[in-house]
Design a protein. Structure first.
Length: 353
C-alpha cells in the first residue's frame, strides 16, 4: 500500500520527530521514546534546515542521515526528511529514506520544485508537500502537478500555515480556507496538519490539532524532541514524546459519516441556514440599491464618495452594536469592510456612468 493510502486509513496518522537531527544520541533518544509511546506512524527529522536568518543552525547535513536511518530501522518505523534541491534528493535516496517532504520555503519556488521533480524521475518514493509560505493555493497545486508530471504519484499535502508580519497568536497564520480549497481541487490527496509550525508555541498545539481533526484532516505532523528547551531549532514549539501522547489522548475524533437520523436532523438546520442566507442576500441587495441612490445624490451635489468622518462613526456604532449582540469584533469588521468596499464600487459606477 502506498503512503497516501496508509495515511487515509489511520486517523490521525501521526508524523513525529525532531525539527532538526542534531546528534546521534538525540536522534536515537527521541526515536526510541516515540517507539515506546506507540503512537507514531512516520518519523520526521530535518537534515538540511532552511532558516530565515543565516546565523541560525542550518542542519547537521549528510552526516545525520545514517543516524536517523539506523534509529528508525531499529524501531521499525519509516522516516522522512526534507529536501530542497537535487543534491538533497540524491543523498536522501542513497540512505534509503522512506519518505521525502518539500518545505514551505521550497514549495514557493517553482524552479526548486521542478529541480526536485526532475531528480525524482523514475523513483516511486512518497513525497509530502508543505504549503508555500504565501497563501497561494495555485502555487501549492502547481507543486503537486510538477511532481505528478515527473511520475511521482504517492503525494500528501501538509498544511503548516502562512507567513505574516508579527501575529499575536500564531507563528504562521492557518488561513484554513487555503487547504480547504486545495482539497476541492485534489480530493484524493491526504491532508496533514503541522500544528507545530502554525502555532510556534506548545500551548496552542492541542487547539490547532483539534481544529484540523474537526475539518477532516487525515493526520498531524508534530515536532518532538527529548529536551525541547535545549533544541537547536524551533525550541519553543517542540514537545517530548510523552507530551505528544497526552495531546493525542485529549483529541476528540469525530466521524464524518452520519446515520440517516442524524442526517435528517442536520438537514433541518441546513434548511434554516439556506432560508437565512436568502434573507441576508435580500437585505444586501436593498443595501446596495441604497448605496447607488447615495451615489446619484453625491454626483448631483458634486461631492466625493468617501466621507471618512462619517465612515469612522458608522463603524464605531456598528461595532458597539455588534458587541451587545455577541458578534465578534473581527467578524463584524470584515463584513462591514466588504460591504463598504462594494458600496464604494457601486457608487463609483453610478457617478462615472
Ligand atoms: C520543518 O518542518 O522543520 C520546516 C522547516 O518547516 P516549514 O517548511 O513548514 O517551515
Ligand atoms: Mn521546525
Amino acid at each position: 500500500m502506498n503512503l497516501a493510502e496508509q495515511i487515509k486509513q489511520t486517523r490521525p496518522f501521526v508524523i513525529a520527530g525532531p525539527c532538526s537531527v542534531e546528534t546521534e544520541e538525540q536522534t536515537h533518544t527521541i526515536i526510541n521514546a516515540l517507539k515506546s509511546e506507540g503512537k507514531t506512524q512516520l518519523i520526521r527529522g530535518g537534515i538540511w534546515k532552511p532558516r530565515t536568518r543565516p546565523d541560525s543552525f542550518e542542519g547537521i547535513g549528510e552526516q545525520g542521515l545514517p543516524w536517523i536511518a539506523e534509529a528508525s530501522k531499529k524501531v521499525g518505523i519509516p522516516f522522512a526528511v526534507e529536501v530542497a534541491n537535487a543534491k538533497h534528493v540524491e543523498l536522501a535516496l542513497q540512505y534509503n529514506t522512506d519518505v521525502l517532504w518539500i518545505g514551505a520555503r521550497t514549495t514557493v519556488n517553482p524552479f526548486a520544485v521542478q529541480e526536485i521533480a526532475d531528480a525524482l524521475r523514475g523513483s516511486n518514493i512518497p513525497v509530502m508537500i508543505k504549503n508555500p509560505i504565501n497563501p497561494d493555493v495555485n502555487l501549492w497545486i502547481g507543486a503537486f502537478e510538477r511532481l505528478q508530471q515527473a511520475g511521482i504519484t504517492d503525494l500528501t499535502a501538509i498544511h503548516r500555515g502562512f507567513s505574516v508580519y508579527k501575529h499575536d497568536t500564531y507563528r504562521n497564520v492557518p488561513t484554513w480556507e487555503i487547504p480547504i480549497a486545495l482539497k476541492q481541487e485534489l480530493s484524493d490527496v491526504p491532508l496533514i496538519c503541522d500544528p507545530s509550525h502554525i502555532a510556534g508555541r506548545t500551548d496552542l498545539l492541542l487547539e490547532v490539532s483539534q481544529k484540523a481533526m474537526d475539518l477532516n484532516y487525515n493526520g498531524l505532523m508534530i515536532e518532538t524532541h527529548p529536551t525541547p528547551e535545549k533544541a537547536w531549532s524551533d525550541a519553543k514549539q517542540q514537545i517530548t514524546a510523552e507530551v505528544l501522547t497526552e495531546l493525542l489522548t485529549k483529541l476528540v475524533l469525530r466521524s464524518n459519516v452520519m446515520e440517516q437520523r442524524s442526517f435528517d436532523e442536520l438537514d433541518t438546520y441546513r434548511k434554516q441556514v439556506n432560508a437565512l442566507d436568502c434573507e441576508l442576500f435580500d437585505v444586501l441587495v436593498k443595501r446596495m440599491n441604497i448605496s447607488e441612490e447615495i451615489g446619484r445624490f453625491k454626483k448631483e451635489h458634486n461631492i466625493t464618495i468617501l466621507q471618512e468622518e462619517h465612515w469612522k462613526k458608522l463603524l464605531e456604532s456598528r461595532l458597539q452594536m455588534a458587541k451587545s449582540l455577541n458578534l465578534s469584533d473581527d467578524f463584524v469588521r470584515s463584513i462591514l469592510d466588504a460591504i463598504h468596499l462594494e458600496s464604494i464600487t457601486r457608487q463609483i459606477s453610478v457617478m462615472n456612468k
